[in-house]
Design a protein around this ligand. Structure first.
Ligand SMILES: [Zn+2]
Length: 464
């Protein structure tokens, strides 16, 4: 009996008849699309006529001198309702060589071919999926033909505007640090949790873009990624802010938060802390009494900057502390042995109970005896490393107290932030980013995930 699965799902060459309702939908869409496009065209022309009637001169925005009328220039703009033709007067400053189009300015058009509303929708698509998938989705959903490259361009422009706005705000608010009390809101929360961490992003190493020999041949393959980490990678830092009072437990052991705000950058530790600081101020979450609970994995760059917040509680992520104990147990007693499980469980239980001093004393007493010299050395080094890690962080491991205060003990929120901001869009198989491209995409993803996408409406995307 032939297997049904071996048959092609759609028989070759057979045209499938569309259901009647689909045909009707298409007919109505096509008919009204034409009417909507014509309506928009008429309204744009009315604005153009009104501007022309004013016969007002145009002054240079640089030097203020009157500009020369260069006559009408034609152009097009792709809108949600179709392609719209523009006939607009151009003015030129003889000194600055600057050109202004009063109609474009009145309409609020931006650089590029797309209307602001359409451009933002296109960028939204590309913020969610790859440029290739996005170009397909734009055609099916919006009826707009746009190449992956075209989609990339729109996204770059809006991403740059978003990144610039965020960065400018962070820079401006960094100055408020000298006088935090003046900016402090009175109804700020008692406790804020701040988590931050880095993850690696594959970067482009080529200096020029790849080119096709002709339109039908595929692009040449990318050079392979280097084997060692560091080379060809850059650290993307992400931070998350939440109020522990808003943590809920939908089912036993499954915690979730109602709100959390994300920041992300492809930059230095100072940059991510500037962004975190700015976000705290903008949210009104940093008052004179607010305790900032900082959760980190032990990376020095985090603790070095924690001092920004005089009212703070530093917590070493419990899962990193526990993982370190497990790694050490495996070196001491083997990967799968009963002793490994017993020892690691005992250490982790002590840690959770806040008995870090007891764990330190236990580690100091340990004198492993191994038959081989190399094994002996390995065990001694493992114990010394764990002892150092816990000693460095002993004041950040009072887990019983943190739990009692409701601060939480883990950096789960940061780990999930990484997945949402970066992994889901930017760490798919084989993806490589330019610095500018990564920075812009991170800015857009943060806006989307913070439910702040509408902030893009107030930004003008001019830079290409
Ligand atoms: Zn001028």
């Amino acid at each position: 009996m032939p297997s049904q699965l071996s048959l092609p799902l759609w028989p070759q060459g057979q045209q499938l008849e569309l259901p009647l309702i689909s045909k009707l939908e298409q007919e109505v869409l096509a008919k009204h699309r034409i009417a909507m496009q014509a309506d928009l065209q008429a309204r744009v022309e009315a604005v153009a006529a009104e501007i022309a009637q004013r016969k007002a001169g145009c002054r240079c925005s640089e030097c203020g001198k009157p500009m020369q009328n260069q006559g009408n220039k034609k152009s097009h703009v792709q809108t949600l309702l179709g392609l719209i033709g523009l006939r607009r007067a151009a003015f030129r400053c003889a000194d600055c060589k600057l050109i202004r189009y009063p109609l474009d300015e009145a309409l609020g058009l931006e650089a590029g071919f797309y209307s602001p509303a359409l451009g933002r929708l296109l960028a939204l698509i590309a913020t969610l999926c790859t440029f290739v998938q996005g170009s397909e989705i734009a055609e099916r959903l919006l009826g707009i033909k746009i190449s992956p490259k075209g989609l990339w361009k729109v996204t770059q422009r809006l991403g740059e505007a978003a990144w610039k706005a965020m960065n400018d705000t962070a820079q401006r608010l960094a100055d408020v640090r000298t006088a935090p009390d003046q900016a402090a809101p009175q109804d700020a929360p008692d406790v804020v949790v701040l988590g931050t961490d880095g993850c690696m992003l594959g970067m482009q190493r080529r200096s020029t873009r790849r080119h096709r020999a002709d339109p039908t041949t595929p692009l040449p393959p990318l050079p392979p990624l280097p084997k060692q980490e560091g080379e060809g990678f850059r650290e993307n830092k992400t931070g998350v802010l939440l109020l522990p009072a808003e943590r809920t437990e939908p089912s036993a052991g499954r915690r979730s938060v109602v709100r959390r705000y994300l920041v992300s950058c492809l930059g230095s530790a100072d940059e991510i802390f500037n962004l975190l600081w700015a976000k705290l101020l903008l949210l009104g979450w940093l008052g004179p009494q607010t305790v900032v609970v900082i959760v980190g994995d032990g990376a020095k760059w985090i603790w070095n900057r924690a001092e920004l917040f005089p009212n703070r509680c530093e917590i070493l992520d419990f899962w990193h502390a526990a993982e370190h104990a497990w790694d050490t147990a495996r070196i001491l007693f083997g990967t799968e042995s009963r002793k490994t499980i017993e020892w690691a469980t005992a250490v982790v239980d002590l840690l959770r109970a806040g008995k870090v001093e007891q764990v330190l004393a236990l580690l100091e007493r340990m004198k492993p005896r191994r038959a081989s010299r190399s094994q002996q050395l390995l065990c001694e080094q493992a114990i010394a490393a764990l002892l150092e890690y816990y000693t460095d962080n002993r004041t950040r491991m009072l887990y019983d107290q943190y739990l009692a205060k409701g601060y939480g003990i883990g950096s789960g929120a940061v780990e999930s932030a990484h997945k949402q901001v970066t992994h889901a869009r930017m760490r798919q198989a084989g993806m490589r980013w330019s610095q500018a491209g990564a920075r812009r995409m991170l800015a857009l993803r943060v806006l989307l995930l913070n439910d702040e996408w509408n902030a893009l409406n107030s930004l003008v995307a001019t830079a290409a």
